[in-house]
Design a binder for this molecule. Structure first.
Ligand SMILES: *Cc1c(COP(=O)(O)O)cnc(C)c1O
Length: 457
């Protein structure tokens, strides 16, 4: 027993030291993947009957396994949507784990859920949704989108007997995130895509509505707009789309998983006008609100409608609906039952730093996108594909073929220098391979961007 206790103490100290070193380090390395066989050859058998010991396992992690990861917060990781959790949030993520809180029901997690709700109240205030609107934290944007779409579909079915046996239909644009299509599949809903990757505006949408067959119109229950497309940072015409939804009696969902953080930024807030009319909104704090993975959120104008769709029934759950357990039960508003109080690290970091720091950090991402655009315009061998959208910049290296972009990406990654990946941009009927930056980390330097662009010369 004594030996085990000593090992536990040492392991705890090692973990704390590693965590402190990691969050205070300013020169993390960009790791690169190895094949599973290669990793296996490096670490050998780790799961054994007697255990290999904490020290050994931790050393394998530090020496081999962690080096096969790309830290999402590296200042030259500008691919996909990177991350940049605050140090406060990362440390409080450890506290969240250590506190062992079951975050489904107030009865068990009142303290943690209270904190989540404080952070949520602030997020709701950013949207301008009316009194009564509220939300819950989810595992990410995908789970948030699924929760919202199912709430919308169940509401539609409840309102009209005739819809009960009908397969629902939603409209969005090809600029929408892949998770919309994927989650529609999960919920067995058809998706009609408006063929534009640019800003979804009312004329195209009206045209699409006009072309629906009566049967399709009968099945249509929601329109999904994007508040900051993942590829290009484009914010759809939310106000115009909201008005159409109101007129047509359709649920209006805004997927702002990536762009939601920009609601804080005075420089671009006007682009989101109309979001206050949404029935539901997705925002990922693990993208632009500086939370560690994983933390998404879904917000509803009328949370009662979500509760009707998601509240789980079971004799073993009845106790939670008892008088003594009165309070807000996050499980009722999204697809998960047992859940981590994943909004807790965000709460702590917000409480510690204040919301102004968040505003500055988001504005910095937008500023970096504009700086990058200026640098691109100043160089003869690259050009902008379009003006930056929020913190996304699409640009082309003149004369490059798709394989040149791929080769350049792999070279930079192999050297541990940067992770910048190509994407495609649709104009008319053709897809062009282009390069893309997405800025989240306020510690990215202008020199980082210069060096990356120099490496394309
Ligand atoms: C990232 C993203 C998602 C998916 O969110 P996850 O947290 O990865 O599940 C959905 N929609 C948009 C617009 C996104 O950028």
């Amino acid at each position: 027993m004594h030996k085990i206790d000593m090992e536990l103490v040492e392991m705890t100290l090692d973990v704390m030291k590693y965590s402190i070193d990691r969050i205070s380090s300013t020169n993390t390395k960009i790791g690169k993947p190895k094949k599973a066989e290669e990793l296996k050859a490096l670490v050998g058998e780790t799961i054994t009957e007697d255990g290999i010991g904490g020290e050994m396992a931790f050393n394998l992690w530090k020496k081999h396994l962690n080096k096969a990861n790309v830290p999402a917060d590296h200042p030259r990781h500008l691919a996909f949507v990177p991350a940049s959790p605050t140090r406060a949030a990362v440390m409080f993520d450890l506290v969240t784990s250590a506190s062992s809180i079951h975050g489904a029901y107030w009865m068990e997690g009142a303290g943690g859920i209270f904190c989540e709700n404080e952070a949520m109240r602030w997020m709701v205030s950013l949207t301008g949704l009316p009194e009564g609107a509220f939300g819950v934290f989810t595992s990410g944007g995908t789970a948030a989108n699924l929760s919202a779409i199912v709430a919308a579909r169940e509401n539609w079915r409840r309102l009209d007997e005739a819809h009960q046996k009908e397969k629902g239909l939603i409209i969005t644009s090809i600029g929408a995130h892949s998770s919309i299509k994927a989650m529609a599949k999960v919920a067995d809903i058809d998706v009609l895509l408006v063929d534009t990757e640019d800003r979804l505006e009312t004329p195209e949408l009206e045209e699409t509505l006009k072309q629906l067959t009566p049967q399709q119109r009968q099945r249509l229950f929601a329109i999904v707009a994007t508040g900051g497309t993942t590829n290009a940072g484009i914010v759809d015409d939310l106000d115009g789309i909201a008005n159409i939804c109101e007129r047509e009696n359709l649920w209006f969902h805004v997927d702002a998983a990536y762009g939601g953080g920009a609601l804080l930024a005075d420089s671009v807030r006007h682009l989101f006008n109309g979001i206050e009319k949404a029935d539901s909104i997705t925002i990922d704090p693990h993208k632009w609100l500086f939370s560690p993975y994983d933390c998404g959120a879904v917000i509803y104008k009328n949370p009662e409608l979500a509760k009707k769709a998601h509240s789980q029934e079971g004799s073993y759950l009845d106790i939670f609906k008892d008088e003594g357990a009165h309070g807000f039960n996050p499980t009722d508003y999204q697809i998960q039952l047992t859940r981590r109080v994943r909004g807790l690290p965000l709460w702590f970091s917000l409480a510690m730093h204040g919301t102004n720091k968040y505003k500055e950090a988001v504005e910095r991402g937008i500023e970096l996108a504009h700086k990058a655009a200026e640098m691109i315009e100043a160089r003869p061998y690259v050009e902008l594909v379009r003006e930056p959208g929020l913190s996304c910049v699409l640009y082309r290296r003149i004369g490059w073929k798709p394989e040149d972009y791929t080769h350049w990406t792999y070279e930079n990654h192999r050297k541990g220098f940067a992770l910048v990946t190509p994407t495609k941009w649709k104009t008319g009927d053709s897809f062009e391979t282009v390069s893309r930056f997405c800025f989240i980390n306020p510690d990215t330097l202008e020199e980082d961007i210069e060096q990356i662009l120099d490496s394309m010369a």
